[in-house]
Design a protein around this ligand. Sequence first.
Ligand code: IPM
Ligand code: MN
Length: 346
Amino acid sequence: SRSIDLAVIPGDGIGQEVVTEGLKVLSAVLPQDVKLETKEYDFGARRYRATGETLTDADLDSLKAHDAILLGAIGDPSVPSGVLERGFLLKLRFAFDHHVNLRPSKLLPGVATPLAGQPEIDFVVVREGTEGPYTGNGGTIRTGTAQEVATEVSVNTAYGVERVVRDAFARAQARPRKKLTLVHKNNVLTFAGHLWTNIFNSVAEEYPEVTTEYIHVDAATIYLVTDPGRFDVIVTDNLFGDIITDLAAAVSGGIGVAASGNINPARTYPSMFEPVHGSAPDIAGQGKADPTATVLSVALLLRHLGYDAEADRVDAAVAADLTERADLPPRTTAEIGDALVGRVTG
Ligand code: IPM
Ligand code: MN
């Protein structure tokens, strides 16, 4: 019989609240014969303050036995900036080779956008997840002096670029519009830019049905605001992808509905699914957090594990809930979760 063995990392702030609702929807949507097993891990600020540990080798060993990971949010003002980002989140992405950071943006009916009118927005960003300026390749000299020099080297390997570009082409090929945009800055970052452009162009030859275009990252921020409908699939490096996916979230309903998957397509390690938003300590514990982004991340998780019909039902439940939301009084985190459970089972 089928089963899902899930690692659950609620994390900090609103993480616990949104993950609780995500799990409710997950267990409700799964068919009877699928056994869902969950194991909770206490990573995050509290554990770091108590033990000084963020993510040990033993932790990685335990996590690696699961089919997938659901993460709430990590981060707290009591921990210096960068400690949990590097020591937990990035460490996990790198250790489990999450080289496809998948971030869909879809403006659903009834969802407010700061853009004029209600433009068609339905694209997905394939952000490279294990290279670029995120590798920690750099340092300082003359540290702490007026002559300090800091470098932060962007690492781009042919292997790393080709595998993420191939993943993006396959995703574009599978979508109705079959369009793929490479976003980079190859007029200035000529070394990495040319590597990306050359690999993009050569993989394109294997996908004659996919329409391709290249856009500099600065121009891409303009189009994301003035003409987001032009995008179908975007492939880009780790840092450009970090920046443009926050903008993409802002124009398509905000981080309350932005989902993401840190995916290892080869399945050599479990993939991790998380809302794009942070731990929001200012509203933690008040039942005010919107669990929608976590629930949409659960849909990505289901799709990754091959439960496409169940993922479709979760997406449809969220779309219906958002459509009716404008007419409802504000609801708590749990009330939104319960409404979604009702829709996926009803
Ligand atoms: C994100 C976050 C992370 C990133 C940080 C917290 C390390 O901004 O998931 O987009 O830069 O990737
Ligand atoms: Mn980010």
